[in-house]
Ligand binder design. Sequence first.
Ligand SMILES: Nc1nc2c(ncn2[C@@H]2O[C@H](COP(=O)(O)OP(=O)(O)OP(=O)(O)O)[C@@H](O)[C@H]2O)c(=O)[nH]1
Length: 602
Amino acid sequence: MPRGRHKLPFSGKQKKAQLLQKRDRQKQRKLRAEDEDDGEDERDALVVNTFTPSLQLLDASGDSLAINAQKSGSSSRDRNRYALLFRRETDEQLKRRKEEAKNELPPVDSHKLEVQSEDIFVLQQFALPKRPPWNPSMSKAELEMHEQRYFREYVDMIEREYRSLGDLGYFELNLETWRQLWRVLEMSDIVLVIADIRHPICHFPPGLYEYVVQELKKDIILVLNKVDLVCAPLVLAWIDYLKKKFPRLYITPFASYAGMKMKKSGKNKGRRIGKLRMASKSAEGLLAICEEIVGDKVDLSSWRKKIEEELREEEEDEDSTDSDDEEFHPLKTGTQKLEKVDLSYYEGQRFKDGVLTIGCVGHPNVGKSSLLNAVMGKKVVSVSRTPGHTKHFQTIFLTKTVKLCDCPGLVFPSIAPRPLQVLMGCFPIAQLREPYSVIAFIAERIDLPKILNLKHPANEDKWSAYDICEAWALKRGYLTAKTGRPDVYRAANHMLRMALDGRTICLAFFPPNYLKDFSSKWSNSEDLKKIEYLQCQSTFDSDQYFDSFDQDMVENREKRCSSDDEADGDDADDADEEDTSESDSEFGATSNKFALLKLLPS
Ligand SMILES: Nc1nc2c(ncn2[C@@H]2O[C@H](COP(=O)(O)OP(=O)(O)OP(=O)(O)O)[C@@H](O)[C@H]2O)c(=O)[nH]1
């Protein structure tokens, strides 16, 4: 036992009392989850109570909502300060949305999936609060006051300006988190914006691009992550759209889990089973862009060596039957050849000490931490399904000359509809008070009853979001303990987690004209193979996927979910559990049927 720590005497009676209390707490928690309304109230009370003085800056109106706040302990470092913080919705808004979820859904319309940047981001000049000017003579307290005043004005202005433009979505109200972004932007030589390929433009504020390129005069790379979740033509279409729209942007597709799942037998035997390994092909694409940007200013040979070693190892693992595989060259997605930007003004500080600093920024849950792990080839930062998991920026040396910096996710102001923001991972599902409108949002765009093979609870043809939840609750056997009715809240929650995960329910958006140009432009493109290679790296087994195309996939998923459920529990906190590298490994193979079959949503 460490010196100075003595075990306190603890009687059997006390132990019994403690166990009874624990059981009581568990019972209460279960009841709350069963009772929809009570559960929601409790969740709100919980998060609001965790406010700390540092967050009360924005809480004067009493309608802010802190997400993922940790309980303050006696520790002097208060972790609450890094909680996601959003404006709370009113009870009327929630009530109205709940009622609307009972309305009949319109027919599924694939054209609703085509979106452009302007649909989401307006008022580019206010894309983010920029660090206000300061000078070294300011004291720490003065600086903080100055930043707080500036930030309060920024928030007021955003709310004022957006009022006439449409519904302002959730956006980050926690100054501490924006400070983290400022710090990462300042220290980075290259800014890596990570976006989820299912809705890339929703994760990429044009104002951030302008700020980094024009004001900070730094290079910016957009990483389209999770490409294993969508079909390859869609990845190409997004790259094309984004390149045209943002000429100075470098873009690279990425699959953080491409190298994760290792087979125990067959073609990949000998792999490090269940362990995370480098997403080498994706990392190679990223390296190629960094080499183009830094030229001879930083020696990136150690990074290249690391990737080549990994590739060699992979090659050795490959069976001779793979010899017909084409040689892989990363997709060239550099910027259009434009004049080089004048970098002289910060050239002195650039690549400090011969080190390239790459800052990973982006919305919560887009996979920033996973990308870091995938580039490193091992688990160096923790990953979670719950948005807002990363609370403080972290730096990691990839090699002696390359430093990676993981910034906490934060939500930029936009007019993205709130249900979409939930699906983008900006708002933790466990904290939702009203999940039905998000189900409606999905069901208006993809055929949920068909995907989940649902039977209408009243044997009708027309569905409402509520019917879908009820049908899923019945299918899964989710019943409330009190009344034995279908537990629609729990069913909705479960479906939303599947949608976030993206394998069974995958709502992916398209760039303008994608549907029109699909056959002529995207489905036959020569670059498709390069994307497919990333998607299927190491583990692709076509038989496996084509055979299991039908309902099996949903059924298998369901089976896995039922066993998950015991671990999941009904409690909102469950979503906070960290994904272990073991559980992540299930992403190894591309498991979205649409991704592999190049299907369009029906
Ligand atoms: N299918 C798939 N899922 C991924 C990929 N990368 C990340 N994910 C999943 O996305 C979720 C979020 O990943 P994180 O790496 O924690 O995301 P983050 O951006 O660091 O999140 P914050 O901590 O909220 O800022 C996790 O459930 C990951 O398993 C990928 O390439 N493919």
